[in-house]
Design a protein around this ligand. Structure first.
Ligand SMILES: [Zn+2]
Length: 372
């Protein structure tokens, strides 16, 4: 049955998908921010603040007179970059919307926009804000991190539908390190490799040692231990018979508690020689999200199913909020094939999550409960 809500959620999601909001299309990101802003402006008495550090736009919409909302909804409108020829279109089939970015997280953004508008229409003084950013897929540095660290955005609780599933609520996320290891040396002729210390081979030896060390930290069957992946190895060299003077490797490391950025880095540094350098691109400690029991209860009531707690291997913007001891609720509709051309989101579960949010927010915000 097509309800008005269902029609609106599908239409809004599909409109959002048509904007190719990847890091390589800043003009599309700007267009999407403008689209979202227009949508939020339909609510009365809302102040919208716009930020653009390093040209990465984000906005925070708050009820007039409120600087620290009780609850802050959060979504990112950027999507991962697929091949340039991939069309940014969607279609509806078998109860799903299929298209780039529908599950991560344009469909969820559509839900939050509807929730924000409808809660403010129902409860005029609701202490509910929304923050929309555009760089989550690149680490969140100029988005949520900037808003909380530099602009002092705060809330008592945040809702981010960017991990888990309808009945799987995320309680932990691994920490992350993105880094570049560089090695310098002298160039040489490859027919006389004993003359120079090949930087490329020094790097690959170090990586081999680091990987052996990570292997020893493997602890269980569901991979809830530190992992190490080399994603790019690079030199400027173009000649097969020449040893390069410089090489670098890009690595992605994930780790659960009790490991920390510092403890993982000290392991890595112990395997680098003194002519190697390490540059951190992204680093954050593992997070604990502590979901509200009332949210769990409402999820179970509305879905008629038990919930489970989910541990996420990937990180999200939640880390920048939970690190300030602000609880974060993370669940999302049923989605699949994220970061691919076939990415999908189940429409029934979008409606269900909308109803879960509405019920939860009515309970939290109607009473003017400021302390949570
Ligand atoms: Zn996401």
């Amino acid at each position: 049955m097509t309800t008005e809500l269902r029609r609106r959620l599908v239409e809004l999601t599909r409109d959002l998908v048509t904007m190719k909001t990847t890091e390589f299309h800043p003009e599309e990101i700007n267009r999407c921010i403008e689209f979202v802003k227009n949508h939020l402006e339909e609510s009365d008495d809302i102040d919208i603040r716009y930020y653009s550090p390093a040209g990465v736009p984000s906005l925070v919409a708050l009820p007039q007179g409120i600087t620290k909302p009780n609850i802050l909804l959060n979504a990112h409108l950027d999507v991962v970059s697929l091949a340039e020829e991939v069309p940014y279109r969607s279609f509806v089939k078998d109860g799903k919307i299929i298209g780039p970015g529908v599950g991560d997280m344009k469909g969820e953004l559509a839900i939050l926009l509807e929730v924000f508008r409808n809660i403010h229409a129902e409860i005029p003084d609701a202490s509910l804000g929304i923050a929309i950013t555009s760089d989550e897929e690149r680490g969140g540095e100029h988005g949520i991190k900037y808003l909380f660290e530099k602009e002092g955005v705060r809330c008592n609780l945040a809702i981010i539908p960017d991990s888990g599933s309808l009945n799987e609520i995320t309680i932990e996320e691994k920490g992350v390190i993105h880094m570049v290891i560089s090695a310098e040396g002298e160039a040489g002729h490859a027919s006389r490799p004993w003359m120079v210390e090949n930087p490329l081979e020094r790097i690959s030896d170090s990586i081999y040692q680091i990987r052996s060390c990570f292997k020893q930290m493997e602890s269980d069957n569901d991979n809830w231990h530190p992992t190490f992946a080399t994603t790019i190895i690079h030199t400027d060299n173009e000649a097969i018979n020449r040893i390069p003077e410089k090489a670098e490797a890009h690595c992605d490391i994930r780790f659960p508690s009790p490991h920390t950025v510092d403890s993982v880095l000290s392991i890595i540094k112990s395997h680098l020689d003194e002519d190697m350098s390490l540059k951190l691109i992204v680093s954050s400690n593992p997070s604990h999200l502590s979901p509200d029991p009332l949210f769990v209860q409402i999820t179970e009531e509305i879905t008629g199913k038990p919930t489970t707690f989910f541990r996420a291997h990937g990180g999200s913007d939640a880390r920048f909020i939970s690190s300030l001891d602000i609880p974060v609720i993370m669940s999302r509709p049923i989605v699949g094939d994220t970061h691919s051309v076939h990415e999908w989101i189940d429409i029934d579960s979008m409606e269900t999550l909308y109803h879960i949010y509405m019920k939860y927010l009515r309970k939290k915000l109607f009473k003017g409960d400021a302390t949570l």
